[in-house]
Design a protein around this ligand. Structure first.
Ligand code: SF4
Length: 221
């Protein structure tokens, strides 16, 4: 994968390069098709990725990983397949909502929309919030939109680059203003943030093992 470049002069670029050097390319999103990316982005709300994988495996096992099949699947059956991902009744409704939107709009027609309009339409789907919409934009439609999640807030707040209390849009604009507008870089950067948050910058951080130790405000305390 082309992981692109981001200015090593700015701290956002320095962190990107340090994480990339340390962990290497992450080859995200872990999915075989854009549709699987979109399903995963919806199911990953409020749960760990391993639980999403189990639910997607259930859909694949039932030969249901397609918008029309999910729409036509009885709610109770779909909910049982989605059970490993948690909140399975809510996610049944949200996934069906999204599949109806996708089937009505058409993936190929959506691909032709400008990013701002596509984002607006995704956010209009009941159950799709900014993080889900941006994950879909970046990983399914390959648009240069930075995904902000709890890991991003944690790492960059500890590092001292954001307060952590900013709204989603303010943080997204902060990152997009600091990092080259490239889907390849945003793809890799978000994946590296998730990797780092799970490997070192956990809830209880392992600062002594961290590749960012020398520059981090939290570690300097
Ligand atoms: S030094 Fe500690 S707080 Fe800072 S990024 Fe690394 S693990 Fe997180």
């Amino acid at each position: 994968m082309n992981t692109g470049s981001s200015s090593p002069e700015c701290p956002f670029g320095q962190i990107y390069h340090s994480l990339l050097d340390h962990y290497g390319p992450q080859y995200w999103w872990p999915a075989e098709t854009p549709f699987e990316v979109m399903v995963g982005a919806i199911l990953t709300q409020n749960t760990a990725w391993r639980n999403v994988e189990a639910a997607i495996d259930n859909l694949k096992g039932g030969n249901l990983l397609a918008a029309d099949k999910i729409i036509n699947c009885p709610d109770m059956q779909l909910a049982q397949l989605l059970r490993p991902s948690g909140y399975f009744n809510i996610k049944t409704t949200r996934l069906k909502n999204f599949c109806r939107f996708l089937q009505t709009a058409g993936f190929e027609r959506l691909r032709e929309l400008p990013t701002g309009e596509l984002r607006r339409q995704l956010l209009a789907v009941n159950g799709v919030g900014p993080e889900t919409a941006d994950s879909i934009l970046l990983y399914a439609f390959e648009r240069p939109v930075f995904v902000i999640d709890a890991y991003t807030r944690r790492i960059f707040c500890r590092f001292g680059l954001v307060s952590g209390n900013e709204g989603y849009e303010a943080l997204r604009q902060r990152f997009e203003g600091a990092v080259d507008a490239s889907a390849a870089i945003y793809n890799e950067y978000h994946a590296l943030i998730v990797r780092h948050a799970k490997s070192a910058c956990r809830v209880k951080p392992a600062c002594s093992e961290c590749v960012l130790y020398d520059e981090c405000a939290y570690a300097a305390k």
